[in-house]
Design a protein around this ligand. Structure first.
Ligand code: HH2
Length: 272
């Protein structure tokens, strides 16, 4: 079943690469870009084969400085406007309904919310747009999520939460074919939780909607490889490949070129 994403219908029979475009001073791996630099970066990611671009104006890393609605709009709108008309869907990474509405009006056709549309008015902001929604699991708030997260059964808990959010979306007249779910690697999870989720990612397929995985350059890659954030591309490509092997249909990555090549190899082998 294709994913309805504004005017796009995304065929997920091949896994897709979502390229990350942060317009933030403080993102954990690639902060420091203003709107002009972010726009140039977005065009580079398109050249490298990104299937979707995810534009974000506020860092989600623990302890990141909160950003006002106006600041976030000032960061992301020039980038969305500069990319208007490109051949791939533009996703806005935000949990703020005001930013969702403005981004949709500026041409975004997907809303990626690390808070799973739990803010008042979030589902309403997206409902009538026809845009796709990425619903992500996070345990705790941005401030508390990495303070000793614990689960009885991480996979079951993540699935129950995501199932509840799919039902809530449907109650807002958002059809299933617009929804993608994401277990939220690194959001209120230890290394062990992240590894369990990756190993058992196939379980999420029974939710009946496509799965997106965002592992790129995250601390789990740092812990496993001993590498600093800017040296985590190879580990991240391996993790993206594992996610796809375990059912992910979209991978959210910083290193688009390497991930595109790896998935071409994966695809050729799988088709045999
Ligand atoms: N991870 C980050 C941000 N948004 N969205 C989804 N759906 N899934 C993720 O795993 C995810 C996300 C964090 O990564 P990044 O954007 O590179 O960093 P920062 O939040 O510091 O800007």
């Amino acid at each position: 079943m294709p994913l309805h994403c504004g005017q796009f219908k995304l065929d997920l029979s091949r896994p897709l690469v979502m390229g990350i475009v942060n317009v933030t001073p403080d993102s954990f791996s690639d902060g420091g870009r203003g709107a002009d630099a972010a726009l140039r970066h977005a065009l580079e990611l398109l050249e490298q084969g990104a299937d979707i671009l995810d534009i974000g104006g506020e860092s989600t890393r623990p302890g990141a400085a909160p950003v006002s609605e106006q600041q976030e709009l000032d960061r992301v709108l020039p980038v969305l406007e500069g990319l208007r008309g490109v051949a791939v869907p533009l996703s806005i990474d935000t949990y703020k309904p005001v930013v969702m509405r403005a981004a949709l009006a500026a041409g975004a056709s997907m809303v990626n919310d690390v808070d799973a549309f739990q803010a008042d008015g979030a589902f309403e902001a997206v409902a009538d747009s026809g845009a796709a929604l990425c619903v992500m699991h996070r345990k705790g708030s941005a401030q508390t999520m990495q303070l000793q997260p614990s689960y009885e059964d991480v996979v079951a808990e993540v699935m129950a939460f995501l199932h509840g959010r799919i039902v809530a979306a449907q109650q807002h007249c958002i059809a299933r074919d617009r929804i993608v779910v994401d277990p939220g690697f690194g959001f209120g999870k230890t290394l062990e939780h992240n590894l369990t989720l990756l190993r058992e990612l196939d379980a999420l397929s029974c939710l009946g909607v496509p799965v997106l995985a965002g592992i790129s350059r995250k601390s789990m890659i740092g812990m496993l490889t001993g590498r600093d954030v800017e040296q985590r591309a190879f580990g991240s490509v391996a993790a993206a490949l594992m996610a796809v092997e375990h059912g992910a249909r979209i991978v959210r990555v910083h290193d688009v070129a390497g991930t595109v090549d790896a998935l071409k190899v994966w695809q050729a082998v799988r088709q045999d």
